[in-house]
Design a protein around this ligand. Structure first.
Ligand code: CDP
Length: 807
């Protein structure tokens, strides 16, 4: 019997939105068949390597290239003086500053690029690097950001010492000052604090850390002298932005520059900006006319490629005595290192820090951030978060716990009291952000019920009694975090990059005559499985099985212009472009189906993968059939073919949210923290692929765990980088990584075509405070208020000692 498949079966065959479709990219990754930059080998290709500064702050007296040039295989040694005639010794940063491509007269941080050696192979290049002789005169460094604006602090950036402002962000107060950024109503907030029953204040620092993607930064640049065309394969999260910047600083027209991001081994914000290695590989290929490869090693990556965080936040909350938060204030000192190479939208030097009122209905808030230069690596990337969001949420989530402690209230009860209520949506924060949708109390209640919150608190009280009675040396901590993320940068009217291009994104979809399709995007996956999930959106919208849709990203010659993947913007922006492009295709397909079946367009209804004539369901055409007709039989006035392009400029950000609860057991005598359990509830609106969401949450929580419990890029007083290898820098393996429990609620985004919000960064934003609150909570009943991350065993032990809990 030839039975027709049921609706359910037809729907399942599509593997569309809501299906846990297996990642189509994984077979090539798991079989070692990925195509990463270092896999690219071109004829005659040569290799570049950097001479780097051993000092944090020093004047360059002399560079002698002779010995290096005599090393067999070395072809060239380039210094800032070689770049000056082409004005290439400085490059623009995404923050509106400039950064030295090669150190110009002085070095400003340890491991800064001083000279570029090009040789026939990597080893010869490294030997050449060793042979370059650089004479330095050491200068006093500025390492502590709190001393950067001291009256007698040495001036770091002599190149801009008289500049009135940097990046158009207003007047500078000191030669080492970059900008001041403020938001909110200072007067109203000061009044709220004056009138408050209770206020709390604490210096909450978010340490300098590093995203350390598995693949370091690298590129292969190849200049075709005959055609005047440049091709660069690189680890670029935003290939089109790189192309535009390259066109702006070179004599090449934009259409002669092709930027290709092949497979990328993780980005986490670290591969958004432009690094000197890219510029030097390009400069070298243009001069030499042969391809040049530059691949950074791990120590270079950790010490010289953009850092994350380094925000020092003096947080304050004011409240009534029964726990209604009335005001938030925060003064932040932001250490940007030697150049302001922070990845941010032009108008927001402190990113989206104004998300700091979080999930709470806080009527008054005022924040102020000062960016300063120090003798450290530049950067300020959004390490798995949207532009300073994780810093902001960390500050407020620590402050809520500290307020609860002062009020003698349970931190969960205080949160519940202040959460924005569902009937307040769309909710406009005191900073003017409009949160799109949410039911925060429902999510939080579900989280508390799932972990058995009340029972945990009772157990904690019992353990504390035992500890006080000397029966146990173990302390239990419960860390709660409720958070709202802001992702999907963003509406072009508020968000642009280098003041030039708005943060829209794009999708181009083409259905072939046989009913299979290809779609290209301006975003670029670095492991998030866009090849799998974009196909699912298209599949549901066009009725073509996901398996029949090829997804391409990362080649500026073929992909439509887009702003790339960072800040969890792919689903909110690229995903919306995807759905709208598919809808355009379907709208055209409907016209063609009506024409072929000789009915009015209005008489057709859409049924999973088929257009049916209303009232005569057997009269129907599948999308596959329409695709064929699109190339031969279309109504008069309609062009042949079945394709569409969408450039999507979102009307608003999307605001995913979550409720996380972490339980820890701390050995007071060693400071060792065991993560007993971690529960993460996320609401990212419509869920495209539940399995991939779970994977994203697992990955993000693992990075949150790493940051909260171990990651730090530290410096000694002389400016030597400490912790720039995997011997010191904490990368958790499966052994250390806790077991995660994930959960969800679904509140669709009202302005997104399929109701989806981003998710990739939420676990980092919510995870870090949950871990930190748990560690701090263990000591709260014993007089502890706040201890800085990372919560390594020695630091936790020190804290216990300070509180007199250990001898
Ligand atoms: O921009 P990025 O890809 O880093 O982040 P994202 O938009 O949060 O998406 C990460 C992955 O999760 C993608 O493969 C998405 O398709 C998937 N996702 C999903 O399945 N459903 C959502 N509502 C959000 C993301």
């Amino acid at each position: 019997m030839n039975e027709q498949p049921s609706r359910k079966e037809r729907e399942a065959a599509l593997e569309g939105i809501g299906t846990s479709r297996k990642r189509v990219e994984d077979p090539r990754f798991t079989q070692g068949k990925g195509n990463y930059v270092d896999d690219i080998k071109l004829p005659d290709m040569v290799h570049g390597d950097f001479v780097r500064s051993p000092y944090a702050h020093a004047r360059i007296k002399k560079i002698n290239k002779d010995a290096a040039l005599a090393v067999p295989g070395v072809l060239a040694v380039l210094t800032a003086d070689d770049l000056k005639p082409f004005n290439l010794h400085y490059m623009p940063t995404l923050a509106g500053d400039v950064q030295a491509v090669l150190a110009d007269e002085k070095v400003l941080y340890q491991m800064q690029e001083v000279a570029f050696v090009v040789a026939t192979d990597r080893y010869a290049a490294a030997d050449g690097v060793e042979a370059v002789e650089v004479e330095y005169d050491e200068l006093e460094p500025v390492i502590d950001p709190f001393k950067a604006m001291d009256k007698d602090a040495p001036i770091l950036r002599e190149d801009i010492k008289d500049a009135k402002e940097v990046g158009g962000h207003g007047p500078r107060k000191h030669p080492n000052h970059i900008w001041t950024w403020e938001a909110g109503d200072q007067k109203a907030t000061d009044k709220a604090f004056k009138d408050a029953d209770v206020t709390v204040k604490e210096m909450v620092s978010y340490q300098r850390c590093h995203a350390s993607p598995m693949e370091t930064a690298c590129c292969v640049a190849s200049f075709d002298k005959i055609n005047g065309a440049l091709t660069v394969w690189g680890t670029f999260q935003a290939p089109h932005v790189v192309r535009t910047v390259a066109a702006l600083i070179s004599p090449l027209p934009e259409h002669k520059i092709r930027i290709i991001s092949p497979d990328i081994g993780g980005g986490f914000g670290n591969k958004v900006g432009v690094y000197p290695g890219y510029i030097m590989a390009i400069a070298a290929t243009v001069v030499l006319g042969i391809p040049v490869k530059w691949v950074e090693d791990r120590i270079e990556n950790l010490s010289a490629t953009a850092f994350a965080r380094d925000y020092h936040m003096a947080g304050e909350l004011s409240a009534t005595k029964d726990g209604k938060i009335t005001g938030l204030r925060c003064y932040t000192l932001a250490d940007h290192g030697a150049f302001d190479a922070c990845v941010s939208a032009s108008k927001f030097p402190a990113g989206l820090f104004m998300i700091c009122t979080n999930s709470y209905d806080i009527p008054n808030a005022f924040v102020s951030v000062d960016g300063v230069y120090t003798n450290k690596t530049p950067g300020g990337v959004a390490y798995r978060c949207s532009l300073r969001v994780t810093e902001a949420i960390y500050m407020v989530e620590r402050m809520v716990d500290i307020l609860a402690q002062k009020l003698g209230m349970d931190p969960a009860e205080l949160r519940m009291k202040n959460l924005i209520k569902p009937d307040q949506f769309p909710y406009t924060t005191t900073f003017g952000l409009q949160y799109d949708s949410g039911d925060y109390p429902a999510a939080f209640k579900k989280a508390m019920k799932s972990v058995g919150y009340d029972a945990l608190r009772k157990e904690q009280a019992k353990k504390l009694e035992d500890f006080k009675a000397g029966k146990s040396r173990s302390l239990m901590g419960i860390g709660v975090c409720t958070f709202t993320e802001i992702v999907g940068a963003g509406p072009s009217r508020v968000c642009d990059i280098v003041g030039l291009v708005g943060t829209f994104d794009s999708c181009e979809v083409r259905v072939h005559p046989t009913g299979v399709a290809i779609a290209r995007f301006g975003t670029k996956s670095q492991g998030q499985a866009h090849e799998t999930t974009y196909a699912q959106i298209l599949s549901t919208e066009m009725g073509i099985p996901a398996a029949d849709i090829e997804i391409e990203e990362g080649d500026t010659d073929t992909a439509p212009y887009g702003l790339g993947t960072w800040g969890s913007r792919s689903t909110p922006v690229g995903g919306a472009a995807c759905a709208n492009a598919a809808r355009k295709v379907r709208a055209k397909a409907q016209k063609i189906a009506a024409h072929v079946m000789e009915v009015s367009e209005k008489d057709l209804e859409w049924d999973i993968d088929t257009f049916r004539v209303k009232g005569a369901p057997d009269k129907a055409m599948t999308m596959k059939e329409v695709a064929l007709a699109a190339y031969s039989n279309v109504p008069e006035g309609l062009e042949l073919g079945l394709e569409a392009v969408e450039y999507y400029d979102p009307p608003n950000f999307t605001f995913p949210y979550g409720a996380y609860i972490c339980v820890v057991d701390i050995d007071a005598d060693t400071g060792e923290t065991a993560i007993r359990s971690f529960y993460a509830l996320d609401d990212c609106g419509t869920r495209i692929n539940p399995m991939i969401i779970e994977g994203q949450v697992h990955g993000g929580l693992t990075e949150a765990f790493a940051i909260a419990m171990g990651q730090i890029i530290d410096y000694d007083e002389a400016g030597n980088v400490i912790g720039a290898s995997f011997l010191d820098y904490f990368i958790p393996t499966a052994v250390e990584t806790p077991i995660w429990t994930t959960d969800h609620t679904v509140t669709p985004c009202p302005h997104h075509p399929i109701g989806a919000k981003g998710v990739g960064e939420s676990p980092n934003v919510g995870g870090v405070p949950a871990f930190s609150n748990a560690v701090n909570d263990a000591f709260a009943a014993l007089g502890g208020v706040h201890t800085q991350m990372p919560h390594t065993a020695p630091r936790v032990w020190e804290h216990a000692k300070e509180l007199g809990l250990v001898a």
